[in-house]
Design a protein around this ligand. Sequence first.
Ligand code: HEM
Length: 452
Amino acid sequence: MDIPGPEPHPDGGAGAVAAAGGLHTYQLRLHARYGPVVRFQLPGADDAVSIADPVLLEATAHINQRPKRLFEFLAPLCEADNLQVLEASEHGPWRRLLLSVFAGRPSHEQHFARFTELATDLAVRWAGHGADEPVELQKDLTALTLRMICAYALGGDAADPDRVSAAFEVVLTEYLGRLYHVPVPGTEEERARRAEEALAFLRATVDEVVAAHHRSGGRGGRSDLIGALVESGASPARIRDTVMVTLLAAHHTTGVAVSWTLHLLGRHPEAAARAADELDRVLGDRAAPSYADLRRLTYLDMVLKEAMRLFPPGPYGARETTEPLVLGGYEIPAGTTLFYPFWAVHLNPDHWPEPERFDPERFTPEAAAGRPRLAHIPFGLGPRSCEGASLATVEALLTLSVLLKRLTFRPVPGHEVRPIERFVLWAADDIRMYARPRRPRGGAGGALRAGP
Ligand code: HEM
């Protein structure tokens, strides 16, 4: 049986995507018209098969290969092999090592105090904004999460955090800006030189951290990314590449996750009030949660999940089949590009009634138990899913707690928040909101106690 889909066009599909107003709206239309499995022209990949049904996705969840062409743009960040498209045999040990660090409680706890300080600095700064002076959520929150992941991956001592953050922004602006044709100041040569210098600085910084690790006698164990990489015998180039890819994967994604959550809470005051009540109940007069508190913030966790359903920070994924596959009655040959429209999966009306409606109650344990496992996949699926999922959740819940304990967020009238797909799901003109101090319950005279 032939897989349904639109007729191919000589422009490689770019026109159809542009006419639909972006890849996501195009996906929604394709799946509404042709069903859960669609063959279409994915710009940059010729032909691809998109799957928007979580039950059918299960049949692909074992696939451990990404299509090389689609991830070529990340090659400049890597000196050895492009880590996004490592062969399965090499990827397996690398993934296990990352998970042993990122998913482990020791690393979360070790960095929690620093994360809390950074989030608190932002909350205090926003609290100082005048009543008519909106804050820019994406700009400030992605800067915060870059600081957090730099502290996490490079430690506090060896690296100058301002310089590291600035250098990484230069690298991203150049390489991702190229991808999306975003105008960047300077001639092509000037920009390329700036990006190369910034990348060289970042790589030298990683080398310094490695040298400091050796000097210290190799302490750190599984709570320390660079320590774990050194101890695994990874080459210096692989260590540098892993740090680069970690900064890339962790930085914008986590920042926009928090931004979209605050955007939704600002438009749903009843949910915001419930989240604030929960924070008052769990934190009392403390300004920030402890690591253990995060598990008790069950409503906030549901809000974050619902926000990542409606605005998944990484809206797409891709795989390449290595052997023939049968999917919903269709035969898919080896070597096919599979496109994962995470965002469209999250809006599939068969599993999400009134899919556009914001409703954190969808994530009560009872409601979640009734849905297919892959109906909610903001962190992807299978052996190439996000290794940073649990760390990202810790960072996001902590940041939301610190901000929502101190502040309330209201939309700026007339400011249009328009999602735009740029590697992560961005808002075209940032998300501007009024952040006003709230009067907390719990503390004497409403004063908050610093620290968890
Ligand atoms: C809310 C924040 C985040 C979101 C929504 C997110 C989402 C994703 C998604 C959708 C993928 C692709 C998965 C797939 O192809 O199936 C991915 C990959 C990845 N993410 Fe995340 N991510 C987040 C934060 C982080 C953080 C904090 C880290 C590291 C500390 C991280 C590290 C990675 C890595 C290394 C990969 C590549 C996976 C591989 O090829 O094995 N991410 N992430």
